[in-house]
Design a protein around this ligand. Structure first.
Ligand code: ATP
Length: 239
């Protein structure tokens, strides 16, 4: 049973209300894999993550997580299954402290206590430990991104979905976030990563999909996509 992908999406069409966004998407994430989703603004990357987490509505196709069809599940059910979503724009509780944000994200899924999980997050992001009693709104963008990832980790996910974690951050912080993503993957968490920082994402990812206008236009091992002319022309400024 180790050959079965952790996440298997087949023929997925979805959108919001009557607005169709995604068309016949096929995508897989294996255990311990980092899968990258690239594509221009409006391509449907966020909608894909929203469809998996039950925020956008699938109108056709299937989404199987550990062999179980999760289409129609609500976001809180999906996270209980082990699929955590760290949304674009972070959406942490600005008026709560760092620690209170972590408390609110502890759903008791995998059986680890709050203290154990919090300490894991503090080990990964020491700055969060330092600022634990500070208001989330007082932290920098990079620190807020770290808190957003920390919150997702409180659910003990098997698969972590990250929507543009590097958006608006300084290069040094971006490097730090990508190093953490690699560490999480090494620790056994699979990653589905939406990124606009194409070069870094393809360096860190195992496999990648290029979306445009709601469809998969290209997919392959990350290294192959990095060498593909359509990618390098559009995103890496190469020829
Ligand atoms: P970006 O990098 O700009 O976030 P994206 O690839 O993530 O791009 P999506 O956010 O998935 O793209 O948007 C895809 C399409 O869905 C766009 O045409 C957008 O206008 C539309 N859309 C997004 N959210 C909604 C919504 N809540 N209701 C209706 N349409 C939406």
């Amino acid at each position: 049973t180790t050959s079965r992908p952790l996440l298997k999406i087949a023929g997925l069409s979805s959108g919001y209300g009557r607005v169709g966004v995604l068309n016949a998407i096929d995508l897989e994430v294996d255990e311990r894999e980092i899968v990258v989703i690239l594509g221009p603004n409006g391509a449907g990357k966020t909608t894909l993550l929203n469809s998996i987490s039950g925020v956008a509505r699938a109108t056709a196709g299937s989404i199987e997580f550990e062999g179980r069809d999760i289409v129609g599940s609500r976001p809180e059910q999906v996270v209980r299954m082990g699929l955590a979503h760290c949304p674009e724009g972070r959406q942490i509780f600005q008026r709560l402290t760092v620690e209170e944000n972590l408390v609110a994200a502890h759903i008791g899924r995998g059986g680890k206590s709050f203290e154990v999980l919090r300490n894991d997050v503090f080990e990964l992001f020491p700055i969060l430990k330092e600022r634990r009693n500070g208001m989330a709104s007082r932290m920098s963008g990079g620190q807020q991104q770290m808190l957003a990832i920390g919150r997702a980790l409180m659910a003990e996910p098997k698969l972590l979905m990250l929507d543009e974690p590097s958006l608006g951050l300084a290069p040094k912080i971006i490097q730090q976030i990508f190093r953490i993503i690699l560490d999480l993957s090494t620790s056994g968490i699979s990653i589905l990563l939406v990124e606009q920082n194409v070069q870094l994402a393809l360096e860190c990812g195992d496999y990648a999909y290029l979306l445009n206008t709601g469809r998969v236009r290209l997919h392959g091992p990350a290294q192959e996509l990095a060498e593909h002319s359509a990618i390098s022309d559009h995103y890496l400024g190469g020829a």
